[in-house]
Design a protein around this ligand. Structure first.
Ligand SMILES: N[C@@H](CCC(=O)N[C@@H](CS)C(=O)NCC(=O)O)C(=O)O
Length: 208
């Protein structure tokens, strides 16, 4: 059985949980609190020298890091990845978009609001992060005005990757209110029986 080392309130880790649930694949979840330094212990660094969750570990001890690489591996040959090469490349484009243009802003704003003290100097970054997060959501809105899903005609790993931090963007003070198509897509995702919302950060502080 696959082991997943992840933190339940992390969107990158939530992606892996959602994919395994959608694929109805059994797994063992090992709660690993990155905010408490559990990804920086010698034992964890031996598995992932980059010191971050999620990782998956197979029965032979081999390890894979990076949430979107994990999604690709888990979903290989399933309905969560289109068989057509062009459609599959579109899915990849959204995965790279998520890591470069979305997660560094939506997720980081949420991290600052949820895990740093109210007087943290990092809070000075929030206006810029929220601006960039809103730009990413506008790109998603434009796509979703014409299509129900990110990877073609059905839910795919692109939807899983983007859902992870989008559905709780408000935790970081990033509003979905200007984006009705994004809100409708979030509702479509949550209507899937295997898809659940992510737990809030342990100490969610006022977003302002
Ligand atoms: N690009 C990585 C990002 C992983 C990441 O940033 N993980 C955070 C939790 S969301 C972490 O483990 N941080 C611990 C640390 O930096 O010490 C992925 O998609 O898996």
């Amino acid at each position: 059985m696959i082991k997943v080392y992840g933190m339940s309130s992390s969107g990158n880790c939530h992606k892996v949980k959602l994919a395994l649930e959608l694929l109805e694949q059994p797994y063992e979840w090992i709660e690993t609190d990155s905010a408490a330094g559990q990804t920086r212990t010698p034992a964890f660094l031996a598995k992932n020298p980059n010191g971050r969750v999620p990782i998956i570990e197979r029965e032979d001890g081999s390890v894979l890091a990076e949430s979107n690489a994990i999604l690709c591996w888990l979903a290989e040959g399933t309905s969560l990845v289109p068989a057509n090469a062009w459609a599959r490349a579109q899915v990849m484009a959204w995965l790279f978009f998520e890591q470069y243009s979305h997660e560094p802003f939506v997720a980081v704003a949420r991290f600052i609001c949820g895990w740093t003290p109210a007087d943290s100097p990092r809070r000075a970054d929030l206006p810029r992060l929220r601006e960039r997060a809103t730009e990413a959501l506008a790109v998603m809105e434009r796509h979703l005005q014409a299509q129900d899903w990110f990877g073609g005609q059905a839910v795919s790993i692109a939807d899983i990757a983007l859902f992870a931090y989008t559905h709780c963007a408000d935790d970081g003070g990033v509003s979905l209110a200007p984006f009705p198509a994004v809100q409708a897509w979030v509702a479509r995702m949550l209507a899937l029986p295997q898809v659940m919302a992510m737990p809030s950060p342990p100490g969610l502080l006022p977003a302002a």
